[in-house]
Design a protein around this ligand. Sequence first.
Ligand SMILES: C[S@@+](CC[C@H](N)C(=O)[O-])C[C@H]1O[C@@H](n2cnc3c(N)ncnc32)[C@H](O)[C@@H]1O
Length: 432
Amino acid sequence: MKNASRILELATHILENTTVVNDHLTATGHPQPSFDIDGPTNLTLSSNDAEKARIACIGASIELQDLMQGPIACLRPAVNKSQHSHKTKPYIRAQTDESPQCHKINATSLEAIYRYDIPSKVPLDDTGIPFRDLAERCDMYEPNLRRVLRYAMLYHRVFREPRAGYVMHSAASRLLVEDPAMFDALGLMFDESWQAFARGYTLAHSPSATPWSHYATHPRLAKRFASAMTSLTSNAGQSPQYLATGYPWASLPAGSTVIDMGGSEGHVSVAIATEHDHLRFVVQDLADVISRARLGDEVEEGVKERVRFVAQDFMQEQRVEGEVFLLRWVCHDWPDGYVVRILRNLRPVLRDGDKVVVNDQVMPGVGEVSSVVERQIRFFDLVMLSFFNSREREKADWESLFRNADERFQEIRIWVPEGSSFGIIEATWRSH
Ligand SMILES: C[S@@+](CC[C@H](N)C(=O)[O-])C[C@H]1O[C@@H](n2cnc3c(N)ncnc32)[C@H](O)[C@@H]1O
């Protein structure tokens, strides 16, 4: 492990250089850096040594942050990265700029890497390929290819140039070859997400329709979206396993039926069914999704026979009875009025004691979780705004959705299983 001590080396470097900066601030009476309203807005230091230490500290922090986040996060600049641009003063080498335009510019090299499918044209062994040959394979102008890749190496850790003029894979670029879902996630970002961030999804791509109806008529995009989603859910905290083990399924009577609404191709039902062999499952989704849904050979026989698929639009009244109506990662795609409608559509089949179980983000309040976690949640909240005009919801929002839907949704309980990114919101139907 040639990098075994790199993170400690960087941490030491950061401490040493931060000490130099701090000593300088103390000696000169400069105010300490702060984001308060009266904090200093220009951190340029008056001694060259202190300024060099500040720049070294930023460089080491960026590398430490990248190493701690890992290659997948480096491929998602908008969620995870600060932007760094060179500005005019001679000894200022780095300055942060968080404007959305800057995020977009920052992602340009990744966009070119996606469009020209560059990762697949670089050998996976450690021989490397000269820029000239790679440019030929990609049908690109060599100087521009070199500029784009050197930017991506520095900002996103995508590709490396250990020998001058030779491109080799990094962990992140190798992933783009080996995991098609990661490659699809890049495509989704450039073809759909950026435009949606600027204008809203429907204005950008599909006037008069929701993203779901747009996908219904654009199967290639639908497939890429579903694939990109699997790369997003590779985050351990989003595994359906937390729902399978974090809800008291065992307390349901044998033979109880769980209706998995918006259940896609059934992976959540399978996860729960595998843990709880006394339950049956009906996976519901839009007709075109259900028509593609098949449980693969990896699903055990004892599980397969307890999971069936039924097309059902949850904007229409529910027709199938069950003990639990599950909405996993569905409500955050819909504005409040539509979620209320989804819940009200259950009323024709609900019997006293039936449960509605939502498995979705329960937004923490400001500062309640680490800033790294809060950044990701707030990023997805804005993705929901731009794609669906919807939102991630706090505890009180969930409670008021159920109250607004019908006063017979009672005994609302909300908890977050240890380690899970999503909370569980349970309501019990009381018919009187
Ligand atoms: C974000 S996915 C969640 C899938 C799955 N529940 C999970 O946790 O991975 C949302 C699902 O809702 C489905 N959906 C969207 N509109 C729907 C509707 N009107 N009726 C039923 N399903 C719908 C989509 O096809 C998609 O499978």
